[in-house]
Design a protein around this ligand. Sequence first.
Ligand SMILES: [Zn+2]
Length: 280
Amino acid sequence: MNCPNCNSKSIKKIREVSVTQENIKTYLCHCNNCDYLYLANQNWLEIAYKYKFYGDTGYVYRNSNLVKKSLILFRTWKLLTQKQFPKACDIGAGIGLYARLMRDNGYEFHGADQYSEMLLIRPFIKDNENYPIKTAFEVVEHLTSFPDFLKEKIKKVDLFLFSTELRQVGEVPENEWWYYSFQNGQHIGFHSKKSLKKAFEISGYESQKLISYGSSIHAFANTRQWIFSLKLSHLIWKLFSIVEIFKRLINKIIFKEKSLMIDDYSYIMNSMKKDNKIDS
Ligand SMILES: [Zn+2]
């Protein structure tokens, strides 16, 4: 068995784990060459994608946050270059929420997703054009091979903005790590900075142009202006986050507002467990 990221044979089976609600056994494997961590023999994926409802109560919040971050970055680039923002495409667009919100803000985003009808952005579904800007959020950890995705879907771009939660280099987190989400079974690959760089190098990109916004948002920036905009917008985002914390605190104290996102998630998970017990 070769590494799905770098094709090396230097693979170690770390431990057996159970995935999906049907507890299918598989192995968590680690590549000694590129540091990629992944689940072997992905023969349960049909089961993992069988249910349309996963109780993901954070989906809208995460998308809205991504839009705020993207706007800071794109506005920084526009101020810097004095250019019109080009057409862009969100790959793995899901229902099309991110692309819709970006269009609402005046950015000509399209969407592509072979597994979704992208109901929110019809008829702006086109993946056959050359887009200088591409995004892919909550996609990389679902892929069998990130290098294949880069070569086939991203190709030549000025900016590729994407998300995936990174492990520390050389670290294999315990089973409780939230990002594995074994009970769901859809996350199959877990990158570190090292394995991510390797994926870009193998796909013909200059890996020094890879920039991370903390542990979960990353970008491949192919122009000097994008590299500078990413670095500057990261600083602006940090200031913006402090303001957001104050806003939330004020809303909590004065208006007694508390998000139901986490409570709803617990409620849904408990309901799903009960339903499964009734079914079985
Ligand atoms: Zn590898």
